[in-house]
Write a protein that binds this ligand. Structure first.
Ligand SMILES: Nc1ncnc2c1ncn2[C@@H]1O[C@H](COP(=O)(O)OP(=O)(O)OP(=O)(O)O)[C@@H](O)[C@H]1O
Ligand SMILES: [Mg+2]
Length: 318
């Protein structure tokens, strides 16, 4: 990872970042106040997480974020240390706040996602212009969900813009946002199994089924389809082969951020022109290292370095 001189440019889009508040409590009790034993504030949102992951891997990347109000100012302050480069678009309103409650008695986790600020069409178009210009012929990472007020085909437009400029778009989203984005023929998508099943409106019973559906998506113009399978690892279907990577067996503390870490790892190696095997291996190593961390905390690089050699990538003849 040390050689960044020949690295392709990387842009990450984050139209709806958040401040995450996590409370650790014994247990929720209706109509009673509970005192937290710990509370913390972290930057949140999928794009932000990918940007943070890339920085940890020593990759140069610019994350393009919408921020609003005092919470936005607080978020920017937090992000200063956590992103390699950031480009902000200030809008009216307030950056959203997401709440997570971790119950120590039950081990349950409750999450509420807040409402983000309104972003007008000229505003998001402007951010998209900057995102595409920076990414150039490199990689444009488009992840997560959007404010409800924004058009469902926004990610499709982002994919077209990235690839129209000669770059490659990487999409990790779901439902209609993903469905539209696929019409724009992105280079890589990374649905989890459930997101793929939702997309194809069908339960997928085994690897063969998953690979068949991935190939159908390739016929519709997606170049690489990576389906993440939680503890089972992931399948990567490229035009030339099918690769299966098994996740190393690790002590799972919190799976929050696993998908974002996987995207960060894959993008990092794509930006360095690595092989398909190595791209997949890095995604698995980064995500497995993240599930070993508490709460929203992402992987640390030493753990990724240690796990990388333990990831088995096997070609499948399906
Ligand atoms: N229990 C686990 N043990 C080891 N690795 C795991 C485990 N759960 C997830 N991972 C790693 O994280 C990757 C992504 O996980 P998953 O398929 O759950 O993605 P996701 O649903 O998109 O995650 P997220 O909820 O963060 O969006 C997996 O391919 C695997 O490498
Ligand atoms: Mg995901």
């Amino acid at each position: 990872m040390a050689n960044t001189s020949r690295q392709l440019p990387v842009s990450v889009l984050s139209l709806n970042p958040a401040v995450d508040i996590t409370y650790q409590i014994p247990q929720l009790i209706a109509d009673q106040k509970v005192h937290a034993s710990d509370s913390r504030y972290d930057p949140g949102g999928n794009g932000i997480n990918v940007g943070r992951g890339l920085k940890r891997l020593g990759v140069q990347a610019c994350t393009f974020c919408v921020v609003a109000g005092e919470i936005g100012r607080f978020l920017r302050h937090q992000l200063d240390e956590q992103l390699d480069q950031a480009s902000y678009l200030e809008v009216d309103g307030e950056t959203r706040v997401n709440g997570t409650i971790l119950e120590s008695v039950t081990g349950a986790q409750f999450e509420v996602s807040g409402v983000g600020p309104a972003v007008s069409t000229p505003q998001w178009q402007h951010l998209l212009d900057r995102f595409v210009t920076h990414g150039g012929k490199g990689l444009g990472v488009i992840t997560g969900s959007l404010q409800r007020s924004l058009p469902q085909n926004l990610y499709a437009e982002a994919v077209r813009r990235v690839q129209g400029a000669g770059g490659r778009a990487v999409v990790d989203s779901h439902d209609e946002l993903l469905r539209h984005a696929i019409e724009a023929e992105p280079f890589l998508i990374k649905p989890n199994r459930f997101e793929l099943e939702t997309l194809v409106r069908q339960a997928l019973k085994d690897q063969r089924d998953i690979v068949r559906k991935a190939r159908q998506l390739q016929e519709r113009g997606v170049t690489w389809v990576c389906v993440s399978l939680g503890a089972e690892g992931a399948l990567l279907v490229t035009p030339s082969r099918v690769l299966k990577a098994e996740a190393p067996s690790v002590r799972v503390i919190s799976t929050v951020g696993a998908g974002d870490s996987m995207v960060a790892g894959m993008v990092a190696l794509l930006a360095q022109g690595a092989s398909e095997q190595d791209v997949l291996r890095e995604g698995i190593a980064c995500s497995a290292a993240t599930v070993m961390q508490p709460g929203t905390e992402l992987f640390d690089r030493e753990t990724v370095d240690r796990l990388r050699g333990k990831v088995r990538v096997i070609p499948l003849s399906l």
